[in-house]
Ligand binder design. Structure first.
Ligand code: PBG
Length: 336
């Protein structure tokens, strides 16, 4: 060792950089990898035909009518993306206090499911049963005297879940955070003969500012009275989140989700460690928009940060990611 340097002899033997020195060593020691199999693509559906309506607050994301969604989902399947998650933006006239349109068998979400399922049978379809796209107040549940009533909401979403499964949904993903919903949905699906339909619980959904652009996409931002603090988890609470997820596991969830993603990587890790269930993160609209906006201003390398954030979800224990970047990321991955 050159005695003129300050690195001492012991430190000198421990060189982390040996494994980082070349492309081949780096490939050899790589612990986590992102593949197309990790991606779930959330899409927004609007009524009508021939519609592809770009969202101002989510550059690169469009609301699509069912026919256009079918084409887009075909592209996703061709890229190897395993599953999509659908969210409807229904007509204002159809929204009411109880979200009754969620119980119409051929409503927009179910029309999309059957059309996609028929045209692209090899892609998984994940549907949300929260009532927010259907209510006139933008809340995820039924609002009575200023309170989101838990048990009545659960009764309704169980019926909606069965209808979604009837239409061909393969995974029901309840995002409304009502207590007891996972067990109730499981029993409802089983009673209707849908034993093979899975449940991906939005197990830990935080009351977050990152959902802003999504609310523009499904037109609930102008409707929402108050906030969702009485049912979503406080961003301050990690242990409570793990406890909430534990109940979902007991009640029969097949998969768990953490939402939003990047600011909640500790929760991803804790939940994966605690339960060992397939665990997903939802990189939500505001996370997507932040990256896009900064990239469009030339302030960051958008592609690089897209791939980095997605990989970091894997490192944090996630088995996959719901992301609006799914198509872009899949294209990049297929180029190698
Ligand atoms: C509500 C729901 C939300 C999202 C999906 N379903 C959040 C909300 O508006 O409260 C957010 C998705 C995103 O921001 O990308 N059930």
């Amino acid at each position: 060792m050159d005695k003129t340097h300050l690195v001492d002899e012991i430190t000198g033997h421990r060189r982390m950089r040996r494994n980082r020195k070349a492309d081949w060593t780096r490939r050899l020691v790589q612990e986590n990898r992102l593949t197309v199999d990790d991606l779930i693509w959330p899409i927004f559906i609007v009524p009508g035909t021939g519609i592809v309506d770009p969202l101002a607050a989510m550059p690169g994301v469009s609301r699509m009518s069912v026919d256009k969604a079918v084409e887009a989902v075909r592209e996703a399947a061709d890229l190897g993306i395993p599953a999509i998650a659908t969210f409807p933006d229904i007509e204002m006239e159809l929204r009411d206090e109880t979200g009754s349109n969620s119980l119409v068998a051929n409503n927009l979400i179910n029309q999309a499911t059957s059309a996609i399922k028929k045209a692209v049978p090899n892609i998984g379809i994940i549907t949300d049963v929260a009532l927010d796209p259907f209510t006139s107040h933008g809340h995820d549940g039924i609002l009575r005297d200023g309170i989101i009533v838990n048990d009545e909401t659960v009764d309704q979403i169980v019926k909606a879940a069965v209808m979604q499964a009837d239409a061909g949904a393969e995974i029901i993903a309840p995002s409304e955070m009502m207590d007891g919903r996972i067990g109730a949905i499981r029993r409802g699906l089983d009673a209707a003969g849908h034993q093979d339909v899975g449940i991906m619980s939005y197990a830990t959904k935080f009351s977050s500012g990152f959902y802003g652009p999504y609310r523009e996409a499904i037109n609930t931002s102008g409707l929402l009275k108050g906030d969702k603090n009485s049912y979503y988890i406080s961003p301050a609470n990690g242990t409570e989140a793990v406890r909430d997820a534990a109940l979902d596991v007991e009640e029969g969830a097949d998969m768990l989700m953490v939402k939003p993603g990047l600011a909640y990587l500790d929760i991803c890790w804790r939940i994966k460690e605690a339960f060992g269930l397939p665990t997903f993160a939802y990189q939500v609209s505001g996370e997507y928009t932040q990256i896009k906006a900064a990239a469009m201003n030339g302030w960051i390398d958008g592609d690089r940060i897209m791939m980095e954030t997605l990989l970091c979800f894997k490192r944090a224990g996630c088995d996959g990611i719901l992301t609006y970047f799914a198509i872009e990321a899949a294209k990049k991955l297929s180029k190698g």
